[in-house]
Each structure stands twice: as structure tokens, then as C-alpha cells.
Write a protein that binds this ligand. Structure first.
Ligand code: NI
Length: 167
């Protein structure tokens, strides 16, 4: 397994739109394992393939405190949503920034697991928020893009400054 490099906002590659996985195979499973290892090491609760510069529709999540409830979604689709949830979010690609985003409170998602089998999951609370956050990455959207232009400009300036300081 390997720890992958996580792209940092405002890297342009975070805005690429991921393609559907045509076939779930050993290459997919290897990527999923590396994504999970990268997420746990960060540490974070979710990671989209886009964030490790692989532009395929794959996300991994684990919101458990014990870090043993890995959920893998390949080609995820939200087939139903309801309610509203305002939740403070962060992102491994936007370190140190936490902002409240308004999303659906409940979602039903259909996806393939790492074996290529289809499943449907009803999610609410933090899990629903995480699924929506990670699925946004797959269409090239980072959570800060829900914020005002002024806030986005400030966040970009802050992260660019921090990047310069660590180089
Ligand atoms: Ni994120």
C-alpha cells in the first residue's frame, strides 16, 4: 500500500470532472486501498479520487471513531434526497479551513462496492454530508465554492501564503 499525495486547493486539477469507472478490477481495488490508507493517515473521514489526481468516480469514507468502518463508493449516484443540514465542513485539500455549508439532510446513494457489486445506502447526518462533499469533488467542486466570493478570495490568499512558507 502507499500514501498518495493529496492535491491542495487552489490546485486546478481539483476542478477536473471524474469519469465513470468502466470496470471494477484489481487496479481499482489497489487504488481504493491506497486511498483508504491515505485518508486514515491524514487523518480524514473521506477522500475522493480527484484529490489524489485520479479522475475516476471513486470515493472512500469512514466516519467511525474506531476507523474500521470503511465505505467504498464507485460510480456513486444520489437517487433521492430530502431535508436540509447545515454542517461545518473541512477538507484534506483545504487544510485548516472549516466553514458551514448547507446540504441535503438525507440522501439515498447507489454505487458499486470494491467487488463491483451494486448497493443502495440511505444516509443521514454526518454520513450524508460526507457523501455529498466527496461526490462534489468528483464533479470538480471544492466545498469552499459554496461560500461568498469574498471568503473564497481570502481562503485562496491564506492557502497560497501558507504554501509559500512551507516551500
Ligand atoms: Ni474534501
Amino acid at each position: 500500500m502507499a500514501i498518495l499525495k493529496i492535491l491542495q486547493y487552489p490546485d486546478e486539477r481539483l476542478h477536473r470532472v471524474a469519469k465513470k469507472v468502466a470496470q471494477v478490477n484489481e487496479t481499482t481495488r489497489k487504488l481504493v486501498r491506497n486511498m483508504a490508507e491515505t485518508m486514515y493517515a491524514a487523518p480524514g473521514v473521506g477522500l475522493a479520487a480527484t484529490q489524489v489526481d485520479v479522475h475516476e468516480r471513486i470515493i472512500v469514507l469512514d466516519i467511525s471513531e474506531t476507523h474500521d468502518q470503511l465505505k467504498v463508493f464507485i460510480n456513486p449516484e444520489i437517487i433521492a434526497s430530502s431535508g436540509v443540514s447545515d454542517c461545518e465542513e473541512g477538507c484534506l485539500s483545504v487544510p485548516g479551513i472549516y466553514e458551514t455549508v448547507s446540504r441535503s439532510g438525507k440522501v439515498t446513494v447507489r454505487a458499486l462496492n470494491e467487488k463491483g457489486a451494486s448497493f443502495t445506502l440511505d444516509a443521514e447526518g454526518l454520513l450524508a454530508v460526507c457523501i455529498q462533499h466527496e461526490m462534489d469533488h468528483l464533479i470538480g467542486k471544492v466545498f469552499v465554492e459554496y461560500l461568498s466570493q469574498l471568503k473564497q478570495t481570502r481562503i485562496r490568499a491564506k492557502l497560497k501564503k501558507r504554501l509559500r512558507e512551507t516551500m
